[in-house]
Ligand binder design. Structure first.
Ligand code: HEM
Length: 503
């Protein structure tokens, strides 16, 4: 339970008195950038932009050369450095990695993930990383993955889309992608397919709980800790949603964690591999094996559910806004794959998806312009000076905006806001590599995403199957904007109408 001392009480009092006065003042209404107010610091600006946080931060980054020192209210420990500068990213995530662990602040914000990989540092992180990597790099895993993804496309995704087409009603593609990736990641992590992607689109509380949780997690980055703790204590606002999500996660995951000896024989299961690693090393969670496995499972579900579904959502929105790119994707399929097939659904294999270079470029553009993990949070252990020249005291809060990195003219050129899959094609016709500090969608350095290959395979199989079978049209007047959350979903989903192609 949260406790409040004099600093918090004092803070709330002066917020109640000062904030309304500032919000009424003329200079506040006229100013576009952050003003450093006495006592309140730049909090009024932060609150004003909190409903379009990523684009406002990007504007600030562009105006300030890629790095900005934010001053929080007096007494609130909210000062932070915001950066999207590739040189700083390279320094923090790779060159001086050991000085920038996730740290206790990160863990406090992402407490719902417990001792899972995202919160872990040092020995515990190494255990997670090694165990996940050994599972993901097994040849058997890749064969199973390809089969599982296509099985889901053929038996769930395409039939569900077809039923919307036959009824002639619009579908929220983002909801479909979230269900698709939720079922896939549950099968992988828990060896259980909840079949949330079915014709009747059943309500699965855990599947929807992710959306509430990630919004609250962003607000924990921008509100003073004492304020979100107060909300948590009172059980109101975003914190209420997070508490409900937490309950839904536990109710869903725990029944799939069995600790009986029989399970130990099955090496093909991810949680069995983790159980063995935990028992061998005995350095996992202080809360015991069952909680450790829950934290491991939930973290991997977070990693796999929202990232791929978000990238696919923005891909289809970008394609709909740039119809020429759709023609090019279809041309590439025609020229590189044998497309004629008698079956109802044309099968796209893992090997075929690797040949689709233009489609790969389109996915990279979606990740550049709308990185699903929009920001990262870091803090140095020892004092440090960044390549941008900013000096950091130990524990300085650093927010790294990946969203802004992808939209900086100085990094990507004058056409940085345009969707150009060609950007990712080398002179020889292969995929062009960009360094991760310039393209940090999958993170950079030793903590680079472990699911990158898996994600590309899955996303290409899905995108190829949909583009081959359907022509999509956006529902007019349906607003499509990024949500204010740590995962960059489309705030109101992506409503489209489907028309059949290639029958
Ligand atoms: C488009 C898809 C994906 C994107 C953009 C993405 C992005 C990222 C990012 C930015 C991180 C760093 C997060 C942090 O340290 O706080 C990360 C880490 C990670 N991702 Fe992914 N991810 C994707 C798909 C996946 C999938 C499908 C999995 C499979 C379960 C996965 C597994 C992981 C794991 C295990 C880590 C932790 C790595 C570590 O801390 O050492 N990711 N990913």
């Amino acid at each position: 339970m949260a406790t409040f001392g004099y600093p918090e009480i004092f803070f709330f009092t002066f917020i109640v008195i000062l904030l309304p006065a500032v919000l009424r003042s003329r200079s506040w209404r006229k100013s576009s950038g952050p003003t450093n107010w006495p006592l309140l610091g730049m909090l009024p600006w932060l609150l004003r932009i909190s409903r379009r946080i990523h684009s406002s931060a990007t504007q600030l980054m562009n105006e300030s050369g890629g790095t900005f020192e934010f001053k929080g209210p007096w007494f609130c420990n909210m000062d932070m450095l915001i950066t999207c500068d590739p040189a700083n990213i390279h320094h923090i995530f790779s060159r001086n990695f050991s000085n920038y662990p996730k740290g206790p602040e990160f863990r406090k914000i992402f407490d719902v993930l417990g001792d899972g990989i995202f919160n872990a540092d040092f020995e515990l992180w190494e255990l997670h990383r090694r165990t996940t990597l050994s599972f993901f790099s097994h040849a058997r895993f890749h064969t199973l993955l390809g089969r599982a993804v296509w099985g889901k496309v053929e038996t769930a995704l395409l039939p569900v889309l077809d039923s919307f087409l036959e009824q002639g009603v619009a579908v929220d593609l983002q909801d479909i992608f979230q269900r698709f990736s939720f079922d896939n990641i549950c099968k992988l992590v828990l060896d259980y397919d909840p079949q949330s992607l079915s014709i009747d689109l059943p309500y699965v509380p855990c599947e929807k709980a992710f959306n509430g949780a990630i919004e609250a997690l962003l607000y924990r980055h921008i509100l003073p800790e004492s304020l979100w703790k107060l909300q948590k204590w009172l059980g109101v606002g975003k914190e209420k949603k997070l508490m409900e999500a937490w309950k839904a996660f536990d109710e869903f995951i725990y029944p799939h964690i069995t600790l009986g000896n029989g399970e130990q024989k099955d090496d093909a299961k991810l949680l069995t591999t983790f159980r063995k690693a935990y028992e061998e090393k005995n350095i996992g969670s202080s809360n015991g094996l069952r909680v450790f496995l829950r934290d491991t499972a939930l973290s991997l579900m977070f990693a796999g559910r929202d990232t791929t579904s978000t990238c696919l959502t923005w891909l289809f929105w970008l394609i709909a806004k740039n119809p020429l790119t759709e023609t090019k994707i279809l041309e590439e399929m025609e020229s590189k794959l044998q497309l004629k097939e008698d079956k109802k659904w044309r099968f796209f294999s893992v090997e075929e998806s690797r040949k689709l270079i233009y489609l790969h470029g389109a996915l990279c553009e979606s990740l550049r312009l709308f990185p699903p993990v929009a920001l990262e949070h870091k803090a140095p252990i020892a004092p440090d000076t960044l390549p941008s020249g900013n000096y950091l005291e130990p524990n300085t809060k650093i927010i790294v905006s990946f969203y802004s990195t992808g939209r900086m003219e100085s990094v990507w050129g004058k056409d940085c806001l345009e969707f150009k899959p060609e950007r990712w094609i080398s002179k020889g016709g292969g995929t062009k590599h960009e360094p991760s500090y310039k393209f940090p969608a999958f993170n950079a350095g030793p903590r680079t995403c472990l699911g990158k290959e898996m994600a590309f395979v899955q996303m290409k199989m899905v995108a190829a199957a949909i583009i081959y079978h359907y022509n999509l049209q956006l529902v007019e007047d349906h607003p499509v904007t990024p949500s204010d959350s740590v995962i960059l979903q489309a705030k109101h989903g992506l409503k489209v109408r489907l028309f059949r192609r290639n029958v």
